[in-house]
Design a protein around this ligand. Sequence first.
Ligand SMILES: Cc1cc2nc3c(=O)[nH]c(=O)nc-3n(C[C@H](O)[C@H](O)[C@H](O)COP(=O)(O)O)c2cc1C
Length: 372
Amino acid sequence: MKYRHALVRFFYVHIVKKIFFLQDPERVHDRMVRMSVYIGKNQLLRKLSAYFFCYTNPMLGQQIKGIYFSNPVGLAAGFDKDGYVYPVLESVGFGFSEIGTITHSAYEGNPTPRLYRLPRSRAIVVNYGLKNEGATRIIDRIKTYRKTIPCIVSIGKTNCSSTVDETAGITDYVRGLEVCKGVAHIDAYEINISCPNTFGGEPFTTSEKLEKLLQAIVKSRSDKPLILKMPINITWDMHRELLDVARKYKVWGVNIGNLNKDRSDPTIQEKIPEDIRGSVSGKPTWERSNELISRTYAYCGSEMVIIGTGGIFCAEDAYEKIKRGASLVQMITGMIYEGPQVVGEINYGLVQLLKADGYTSVRDAIGAYHRY
Ligand SMILES: Cc1cc2nc3c(=O)[nH]c(=O)nc-3n(C[C@H](O)[C@H](O)[C@H](O)COP(=O)(O)O)c2cc1C
């Protein structure tokens, strides 16, 4: 660990986090977003942030289907819901960002509380229900930014009763995509078919319905690569059927995966109060996402780019997902529990792990478990 990372870690874990964890999680999150906006606008603060947080090394860089990623660690969907945070993310050390999930129409969010911490499980119960300001406002904001790291926009279906109908739901996804078309800042679209906390649940997680959705999206001539955000509470057979549809429609990659809907999962150590609604992030997503990553890589090989998401708290966690087959990884909860310097720590740690295994590039480690 770099000296400057150790300094920030000490300060975050022993002081800042203790204060944060006494307060309402959504308020803390909103304050963090406001602070990011402030830092993002100030060049000096961005440079200071880069000094304390970033770690760069050419071993971590890779070109994936025409997009250059300076390191494999990205911010997962849900932190930068409305695209306010993007300008600061490069200086925090992220290799790519994800904005959203955005939807065609705005949604004020499910009733509060929408976030609930489970410290012993190193997890958060999330029930935002795709709260966002709506595609037009968010995309207009993104257009004003200087382009830095690659940017994925996550697109979902507006959370309201009128999009529960299948055709209306598909139309809503396509209208959301239309708003994003032609925006140079966006490198790829992630189609979120797995948000658990919405009207009508997850209607596009069967192969037949996913096929209808992808058909409509392809017909609308999406101008950027497509990624699917996968649920993790489905069997391998169901997941494999979704992969078959994704391959048929030349989907670029899959993000494995979303929140854990199973609140009785044995990795959840606290009893979640009845009145707390939502699904679980962090460590309780770790095993399920890892298993699906391994099986997806074994099934599709390097044809399908895998983004490994769920329960990453340190370099070893990120490396595990990479060796199982992920080309890129994403995180949110680990950053909340460990501090923003964790991104630089992970990148630094990855370089040490790659060297220890005799690799000269992160590319060489992708899917390593499948070669022995
Ligand atoms: C506060 C919060 C909000 C989230 N919102 C979204 C979202 O809008 N869209 C989405 O696809 N996933 C969302 N997620 C899921 C994350 O993108 C990620 O898949 C999951 O949290 C597992 O990663 P983690 O353990 O690193 O947090 C959210 C997660 C959290 C913690």
